[in-house]
Design a protein around this ligand. Structure first.
Ligand code: UDP
Ligand code: MG
Length: 148
């Protein structure tokens, strides 16, 4: 089976809740290899292009603010690339379902996520949805020489 890569972000709520260490540790303990990592203060432009495919959704403005840290003390994001067989599926399993209330209680989102009164899923991590999205997102967040 061919190795694939996936973008994993610890979003600003994860930084504010001080769980980055636990998330990174859990991902490093899988059989995926860390192939890129950096801290990013997310700009409006980056947030809007990251979520570009969700532009029509009612929650678009809210998740752009969320990714920029506006809802969580202007905290930055830890951006990582993990590589290995079935990396997307494995990383999404560790993250848990999008809605923290539906996520496996042992997953990152199940353990630490919440749904706000406005209905936004504050789910701590982003993981690319599929290989095509992963390729686009890795190119958006990382220069070629920043990954190994
Ligand atoms: N989101 C939300 N409400 C929804 C769907 C999505 O607040 O009904 C937020 C949530 O933070 C999610 C992000 O928008 O992580 C991107 O949505 P997507 O459907 O891509 O979910 P993901 O791939 O992150 O699981
Ligand atoms: Mg997605």
């Amino acid at each position: 089976m061919k190795a694939e890569s996936v973008l994993v972000l610890i979003k600003p709520d994860g930084m504010q809740k001080a769980i980055a260490g636990e998330v990174i540790s859990q991902f490093l303990n899988s059989d995926l290899k860390l192939t890129g990592m950096k801290l990013v203060q997310v700009s409006l432009k980056l947030a809007q292009s990251h979520y570009g495919h969700l532009r029509g959704k009612f929650f678009f403005k809210e998740i752009v603010s969320y990714l920029m840290g506006d809802l969580h003390g202007k905290n930055p994001v830890v951006a990582m690339v993990f590589t290995g067989t079935d990396a997307v599926a494995k990383a999404r399993r560790m993250a848990g379902a999008t809605n923290p209330e539906e996520a496996d209680p042992r997953s990152v989102r199940g353990k630490f996520g919440r749904v706000t009164t406005k209905g936004v899923f504050e789910n701590l991590v982003h993981v690319s949805s599929d290989i095509t999205e992963a390729r686009r997102e890795i190119a958006l967040w990382f220069k070629k020489e920043e990954t190994i």
